[in-house]
Design a protein around this ligand. Structure first.
Ligand SMILES: Cc1ncc(COP(=O)(O)O)c(C=O)c1O
Length: 372
């Protein structure tokens, strides 16, 4: 490695090579969209939805404006609202719980597993009471939640399952894709995601015709046919230009996931002997490594060292959602969810993207090794 290479910044995420590789095809599609005048809910949106159902093995896919809406509309489509409770993870991006609150329901936070960082089924069970209507597992960082066990708990108690797969497009558990286990599977196509567009986008999967019909209405102002409104809905639609890009990217999703797994494998090799916890891999499935998040006992020193070396990183997540100011009225205290509290003090996400070079992975690893 030359001394110049050693000082070049390593970004947390790099997108421009990918953009360059697909720009000609996308620009051509944008040209066609422009000439057709069909910018909203046009043929690319319909074809993308169809292609997602084929890839994920689910019956329906309904695209929406973003991943937050995907969760909110799913909750509404399943009839969850004021007075209901939904059990979810406190170790996730805020949008997961925000969507629950926005439909008027109350998030109930269960603790997580210290290795997979996903919902701990034992903790979930302990939170069930008669007001709980659904479990909302999050496939955090691309690691699938324990859907076999969570689905059977939900089945025993008559609860809905809504999967937050925002970070986990292509993750697999028990032979099924994330998003194909529950009544609804929610995805975000925010640019940083495994399947990301160059703007905002989201999608819901479902096997139910009835839920699909309700979602189609909800995303379009509650309209059952043009200018006929059955209920209050949303303006939450994926646009044609993003759908066209997503169609191109879906065709190479397996390549992208394989490249992410390769980066994770190389990190694992480099970091193998150090006193830190590397991401766990599901025994019966596939982690898609939207993020490569380690647990380090001296996390804050590591952050400072990476910053000093010009290496991008992110502290996902510094504070559990149960302890956020907005949820102080729910009465959680530090120590109520001890695994989440511990992880918030130890986790750090390292740079990972499909075209990350081996030398870059080595340089990140060297900084971590120097800390011992
Ligand atoms: C776990 C999780 N859920 C939901 C969302 C919300 O997605 P969006 O930003 O597309 O609304 C995100 C996005 O970061 C996320 O990471």
């Amino acid at each position: 490695m030359s001394s110049q290479q050693q000082t070049l910044p390593i970004p947390y995420l790099r997108l421009h090579n990918e953009f360059n590789a697909l720009r000609a095809e996308w620009m051509e599609m944008i040209g066609e969209i422009g000439l057709s005048g069909a910018f909203i809910l046009g043929p690319n949106v319909r074809q993308f939805e169809q292609e997602v159902t084929t890839y994920l093995g689910c019956t329906h896919a309904v695209s929406v404006a973003n991943g937050t809406d995907a969760i909110e509309l799913s909750l509404r489509a399943l009839g969850i609202g004021p007075g209901d409770k939904v059990i979810t993870s406190p170790f996730t991006f805020f949008a997961t719980a925000e969507a629950i609150s926005k439909v008027g329901a109350t998030p109930v936070f269960a603790d997580i597993d210290p290795d997979s960082f996903t919902l701990d089924p034992v903790s979930v069970k302990s939170k069930i009471d008669r007001d709980v209507k659904a479990i909302l597992p999050v496939h955090i960082f691309g690691h699938p939640a324990d859907m076999g066990v969570l689905s059977s708990i939900a089945g025993e108690h008559g609860l809905h399952v809504i999967e937050d797969g925002a970070q986990a497009f292509g993750a697999i558990q028990g032979g099924k894709y994330a998003g194909a286990h529950g009544q609804c599977g929610c995805f975000s196509f925010y640019p940083t995601k495994v399947l990301g567009c160059y703007g905002d986008g989201g999608l819901i999967t479902t096997d139910s015709d009835q839920v699909r019909d309700r979602l189609l209405r909800l995303r379009n102002h509650g309209a059952s046919s043009p200018f006929m409104h059955d209920e209050l809905g949303y303006n939450s639609r994926l646009d044609e230009i993003q759908a066209a890009l997503l169609r191109i990217k879906l065709r190479k999703i397996e390549q992208d996931i394989a490249a992410r797994i390769r980066v994770a494998d190389l990190y694992d090799e480099q970091l193998g002997d150090l006193p830190l916890r590397r991401p766990s891999r599901p025994g019966n499935g596939r982690h898609v490594f939207n993020l490569y998040t380690i647990r380090h006992p001296r996390r804050d020193m590591l952050r400072a060292a990476l910053k000093e070396a010009n290496i991008g990183h992110s502290q996902c997540y510094p504070l559990g959602l149960h302890l956020q100011a907005v949820y102080s009225h729910l009465g959680y205290q530090p120590g109520d969810l001890p695994v989440t509290d511990l992880l918030c003090g130890e986790t750090l996400s390292l740079p990972i993207f499909p075209d990350m070079h081996e030398e870059e992975i080595e340089r990140v690893s060297e900084v971590i090794k120097r800390l011992g």
